[in-house]
Design a protein. Structure first.
Length: 255
């Protein structure tokens, strides 16, 4: 059967590089439904609610503030070691359409635990709407993607395997979800060490969350504890911040 050859675009080349960098990572996953009634109600009562991606980015970073293992990465150079970052750096998968092509680009958010929910949400929305050349992380990653293959491999290897560069390029955790497109249990692949995905809010006000992590960094028991703590943070600190963001105005009912 004779088909039509197509050139791999820069956006698809980026995903090819990402998949190559993710090969060989010993990922393990744990999923659980979290009860989030307080945060759902708080979000419903705000005039301009933050998106769920921003909510999970900040909530995970707040948990990581007290759980150093969530800020720890596995690096190979100059020798295999674990490297603890001083703060969380999130990478959010941003779905876009560029030149008629659907693609995903990574938006970097440094120290989201120290930012307001509105600021985290603004960074994610900016990644969705701003021109690629106006977003620093997009410019940087696409500049590397334009390099010849040997240089790209070298750039990725440096970014992944030196502790300081790991925080600058890939961060300590990632968030990716297809909830905006109808949901589903997503198990994305990244170079690690942690990636969080979430589904739709169910009628009983639960949400299904999946955490995948590099087994070289930690084991299942700490991640089970992290999910419990994540549920607590969502229903306390995040819900409180949403409530303080401003409530919807109440319309007067005419008689």
């Amino acid at each position: 059967m004779r088909g039509t050859p197509k050139t791999i675009s820069l956006r698809r080349r980026l995903i090819c590089d990402l998949m190559h960098a993710s090969m060989g990572i010993p990922f393990v996953s744990l999923s659980r439904s979290l009860h989030i009634r307080p945060v759902v109600e708080a979000r419903a009562g705000t005039t301009a609610p933050a998106g769920w991606a921003a909510i999970f980015v900040k909530a995970f970073a707040l948990v990581a503030r007290d759980e150093p293992i969530l800020r720890t990465v596995y690096v190979k150079w100059p020798w295999p070691a674990l490297y603890e970052l001083p703060k969380s750096v999130a990478t959010v998968a941003i779905a876009r359409v560029e030149e008629g092509e659907e693609c995903v680009l990574p938006q970097r958010i440094a120290a989201p635990e120290a930012l307001s929910l509105a600021a985290v949400d603004a960074e994610i929305r900016r990644g969705k709407t701003a021109p690629v050349e106006d977003v620093r992380m997009f410019r940087k990653i696409m500049r590397a993607t334009r390099l010849p293959l040997p240089l790209r491999r070298l750039c990725w290897a440096i970014g992944l395997n030196f502790g300081r560069q790991r925080g600058n390029w890939f961060g300590s955790f990632a968030v990716s979800s297809v909830a905006a497109y109808g949901g589903g249990e997503l198990h994305p692949i990244t170079p690690g060490p942690f990636i969080l995905s979430y589904g739709l809010v169910e009628p009983d006000q639960t949400i299904h969350v999946v955490i995948r992590w590099d087994h070289r960094v930690t084991d299942a028991a700490p991640i089970a504890r992290v999910l419990t703590r994540l549920e607590q943070v969502l229903n306390t600190e995040i819900a409180a911040e949403l409530r303080s963001a401003g409530t919807k105005p109440i319309r007067a009912v005419g008689t």
